[in-house]
Ligand binder design. Structure first.
Ligand SMILES: C[S@@+](CC[C@H](N)C(=O)[O-])C[C@H]1O[C@@H](n2cnc3c(N)ncnc32)[C@H](O)[C@@H]1O
Length: 238
């Protein structure tokens, strides 16, 4: 067995700070009040406070174990909930969804309700920034057990983490993430579905929810978006 708490702590080992975090941190530092939707273990807002951000920082996530890690910092607001359940009213200059959290919004209804709640959370002129993997780059094709990685978790335990795609239906990819002992004994299996919206479909959802696209990039150093770009990084305004 591998607990939800151990898995939340392992997340930081599997996803160390990188160029995507630097991209978002720059936006966060510029904004007075920031909402991190699907904040996970809260690393972005932790770093922003540590870097001297003096305004309102609020992270929201439905996963109690991730929020448990996030709450190690008590000078940030942490809220349990989903994007669609939020009832903030014109309170933030910036909302972000990082670490491909946007792709967990799989169904049209959930996606629309989530975008509406994010728009309502933003003050006039506020920004919403997020990324979604470019479906044309077909990232899921590398999600197979041959690409398993071995790491040491924060408690010092060596573990192997591997992925396997179960189904690709339309623009939704369903896969498992298996955490094992190095000898292969399974400790836990997590199943997830992610949506891979294409540029035009994404633009339609954003326009319907009242967002104007300010900029789009294909990579974390603001490379132009082209068909082969791995990411569709979008900065919008309301
Ligand atoms: C891949 S993690 C990214 C976490 C964090 N943003 C990061 O960059 O490390 C996706 C997060 O989305 C959260 N999540 C799942 N469903 C959600 C929903 N409907 N609304 C908001 N967040 C959700 C998960 O609990 C998880 O913490």
């Amino acid at each position: 067995m591998y607990s939800d708490e151990a898995a939340a702590a392992l997340y930081g080992v599997l996803n160390p700070w990188g160029p995507s975090d630097d991209f978002y941190l720059a936006l966060v530092i510029e904004a007075t009040s920031v909402l991190d939707v699907g904040c996970g273990t809260g690393a972005l807002l932790h770093r922003a406070r540590q870097a001297g951000h003096a305004g309102r920082l609020c992270g929201l996530d439905p996963d109690p174990a991730s929020l448990g890690v996030a709450r190690h910092r008590t000078d940030i607001e942490w809220v349990a909930g989903t994007a669609a359940s939020m009832a903030f009213d014109s309170e933030f200059d910036l909302a972000v969804m990082t670490g491909h959290a946007f792709q967990v919004l799989v169904g049209d209804d959930d996606l629309r309700a989530s975008l509406t709640a994010i728009r309502h959370a933003l003050a006039g002129g506020g920004r919403f920034a997020f990324e979604t993997r470019n479906p044309l780059a077909r990232a899921w094709e590398s999600w197979h057990p041959g690409n398993a990685i071995e790491v040491v978790d924060p408690s010092g335990r060596p573990v192997r983490v591997s992925h396997e795609v179960e189904a690709v239906v339309g623009d939704v990819v369903t896969f498992t993430e298996t955490t094992s002992d190095p000898d292969g004994a399974q400790l836990r299996v997590d199943r997830a579905s992610l949506r891979f919206l294409d540029v035009d479909t994404l633009a339609g959802f954003l326009a319907d929810a009242g967002f104007e696209i300010e900029a789009q990039y294909g990579g974390w150093f603001r490379e132009p978006l082209d068909p082969a770009s791995p990411e569709i990084i979008t900065v919008t305004r309301v």
